[in-house]
Ligand binder design. Structure first.
Ligand SMILES: [Zn+2]
Length: 101
């Protein structure tokens, strides 16, 4: 039997005040860094197709010396199994909450 676990990111829209702060504290990286990753992926995927890995995300993390095991597991837990899934599953919710830039 498949267990459908609700993705943390799906609750983001409802969060405010202390709850939102707790969410931001629980992120693997700073809010701005996540926004930068989304912008970066959008640009890169405009130029090239997703190869169904987190190749572009990994490169972004490596270039900045980020904690990529932690960051990729957060992406995976929120449905971002590859670069295009990050854009499909995480970016719309993230941007609705925090804006486009
Ligand atoms: Zn993909």
């Amino acid at each position: 039997m498949a267990i459908l676990r609700k993705r943390e990111i799906e609750n983001l829209e409802q969060l405010s005040g202390e709850e939102l702060e707790r969410f931001l504290d629980s992120l693997p990286e700073r809010q701005e860094t996540v926004s930068e990753l989304l912008d970066h992926l959008e640009d890169e995927l405009y130029e090239s197709e997703c190869d169904h890995s987190l190749r572009l995300s990994m490169k972004f993390m490596m270039d900045r010396g980020l904690n990529f095991p932690k960051f990729t597991s957060w992406l995976n837990n929120n449905g971002g199994y590859c670069d295009c899934k990050v854009m499909e599953q995480i970016a719309p919710i993230w941007r609705r909450k925090f804006g486009d830039d």
